[in-house]
Design a protein around this ligand. Structure first.
Ligand code: PEP
Length: 254
């Protein structure tokens, strides 16, 4: 990756762990990653566990955030969580448009755009996920799909707002499947995304923006993926549930 971009390794805990498990994982992650000052690290616990994780991580080098947020500010939206609530718990990050949210909760590029705006207004760093399904890759539609997700999902943002966004490229066929994109496949799409960002925000800002790779990243494949010019970190699912393997990935980024 480019010297000027500090890598970010984000652990998406999804709907795993309970209170005790989350606290103990947060403690272990803190212990094992504290020495990697050249890498930004954060974890994304399930909503009800964020406060307990904050008790461990607040004020430390390990950031934390939500896995989603509401596109609304507040009000009668049962089950939703607002940017303000996340902020009040000390969150710095929020994941938006994860493929599991798109699939199981019918999230669209338009809702991603509204949520990204909410996150930015609140001062949270949005980690906006994009990525094609297997059928789209097989039919040669990867770039078209990703272009739409980037230009609509981050549409209407000013260059200064875009500069605060982290993009995560996660090919859906590589998430939780054990099947990783090759470093060359990842680099090809990351480079394409950076070109789109240049078109939207200019070269200077696009060169500063971080584009993470996600999809079955593990200590064994992270080094090669993170060595790609436009891969600026990783969004990690399964391997983030073990402090040892998560720290192994952080080490590869350092
Ligand atoms: C994810 O959920 O964002 C992810 C990349 O999962 P996994 O690492 O398990 O493929």
């Amino acid at each position: 990756m480019d010297e000027r971009r500090k890598p970010l390794i984000a652990g998406n805990w999804k709907m795993n762990l309970d209170l005790a498990g989350a606290v103990s994982l947060a403690r272990e992650v803190l212990l094992r990653t504290a020495s990697f000052g050249s890498v930004d690290v954060c974890v994304l616990p399930p909503f009800p566990l964020i406060q307990a994780v904050a008790g461990v991580l607040d004020g430390s080098a390990v950031g934390f955030g939500g896995q989603d947020l509401s596109k609304e500010d507040e009000g009668a939206y049962t089950g939703d969580v607002s940017a303000k609530m996340l902020l009040s718990l000390g969150c710095q990050y929020v994941c938006i448009g994860h493929s599991e949210r798109r699939e199981f909760h019918l999230e669209t590029d338009e809702s991603v755009r509204l949520k990204t705006g909410r996150a930015l207004t609140a001062g949270l760093v949005p980690i906006v996920c994009v990525g094609e399904r297997l059928a789209e890759r097989d039919s040669g539609d990867t770039f078209m799909r990703v272009e739409r997700q980037v230009t609509v999902g981050m549409g209407g943002l000013s260059p200064d707002e875009l500069a605060r966004v982290v993009v995560a490229y996660e090919p859906v066929w590589a998430i939780g499947t054990g099947r990783t994109a090759t470093p060359a496949q990842a680099q090809e799409v990351h480079e394409y995304i950076r070109k789109l960002l240049s078109r939207m925000a200019g070269d200077v800002i696009a060169l500063r923006m971080r584009i993470l790779y996600g999809g079955s990243v593990k200590p064994g494949n992270a080094r090669e993926l993170l060595a790609q010019k436009d891969v600026d970190g990783a969004l990690v699912g399964g391997a983030s549930l073990s402090a040892e393997s998560f720290a192994g990935i952080v080490e590869c980024a350092g």
